[in-house]
Write a new protein. Structure first.
Length: 325
């Protein structure tokens, strides 16, 4: 009887110790540096904003957040790296719309939908349709009319097959039923340079790449791809309000984690990120790079990602963008 009683006390003590250790672990997160992996090269707007957010999270959570750049293969190398790491709450991916586009564009050694979970939608930014000032159109509708009157005669620059800018324009062409020749360049910067030099009359590029030249008048904007106007260039209308109703292409930024990451850790990260995004300093940093902050819940972001995973295959097929083998 005494042995049985002692054994029960021992089991109870072990269970209590395990519970206490687990609870302490949850309470202490983050107890070591948290890595935010950016699957793009240092120095770009995504990297800059990741570092701004990382610094804010370090202050809010009294912990160390560090940014690691693992670029290559249109973001696939960094994404695969995060998928290979432990799901322990200490490695997150700061990714873009390419995360949901990638499965429709190329074969991958991982599944972005099944291998990752949504944490929080951080910000969004449009692709911008730009023109050289010598092209005599002032609105998107005027461009559509011109393109229909001379199919295949106009051309636009983009940053490569399957890049967000390429997809944004091909979707626009499909929905507006116009024929404009696409010319690939090695990045948004060369596209903007080509439009400014009138090497091509039109271009599609990210807002951070075009903002300074828009303000100087060296190029002009015909519209933005998001459903709402952007705070940095509120004078530029959306495609949807300019003759292409229902158009929506959003170059978002968000945090995702490897599936199995502790929900309690992600919840803390969501709360801290929302707090950071409400900080005027962070708001200014994002706006200056052409991004409007979003925030919200993991569920909000999950629903958005699932919607994109579901709709991209058909939309890309409609736009004539094929999966590369």
């Amino acid at each position: 009887m005494i042995k049985t009683h002692l054994y029960r006390l021992y089991i109870a003590a072990v269970v209590m110790a395990l519970f206490t250790t687990s609870a302490a672990s949850q309470e202490s997160w983050p107890s070591s540096p948290v890595r935010i992996v950016v699957p793009y090269a240092p120095g770009g707007s995504i990297d800059i904003l990741a570092r701004q957010l990382s610094n804010a999270l370090s202050e809010i959570l009294n912990a160390t957040f560090v940014v690691e750049n693992k670029s290559g293969a249109a973001g696939a190398i960094g994404t695969q790296y995060v998928a290979s790491q432990p799901a322990d709450g200490y490695t997150f991916l700061f990714t873009t719309v390419s995360h949901t586009l990638a499965p429709s564009l190329r074969d991958l050694p991982f599944d972005p939908q099944k291998d990752f979970v949504a944490v929080i939608n951080v910000a969004d930014s449009p692709q911008v349709l730009i023109r050289n000032p010598s092209l005599k159109v002032e609105t998107l509708q005027e461009l559509i009319n011109m393109a229909k009157s001379q199919p295949g005669k106009l051309s636009y620059g983009h940053s490569g097959h399957g890049a967000p800018a390429n997809i944004a324009m091909e979707l626009l062409k499909s929905k507006a039923d116009i024929d404009i020749l696409g010319i690939p360049y090695k990045g948004a910067g060369p596209v903007v340079t080509a439009v400014r030099a009138n090497e091509v009359p039109l271009g599609m590029a990210s807002l951070p790449a075009v903002a300074s030249l828009l303000s100087s008048g060296q190029i002009a904007a015909l519209g933005v791809s998001t459903p709402q106007r952007n705070k940095l260039i509120p004078q530029v209308p959306t495609f949807a309000e300019s003759g292409v109703p229902g158009y929506n292409f959003n170059t978002w930024l968000g945090l995702v984690a490897k599936v199995g990451t502790p929900k309690e850790d992600m919840a803390k990260l969501v709360d801290a990120t929302n707090e950071a995004l409400a900080n005027p300093k962070i708001l200014k940093a994002f706006t200056s790079q052409g991004f409007d902050t979003v925030g919200g819940t993991s569920k909000d972001f999950e629903l958005m990602l699932n919607d994109e995973f579901a709709r991209w295959p058909a939309l890309l097929k409609e736009a004539g963008i094929e999966k590369q083998q």
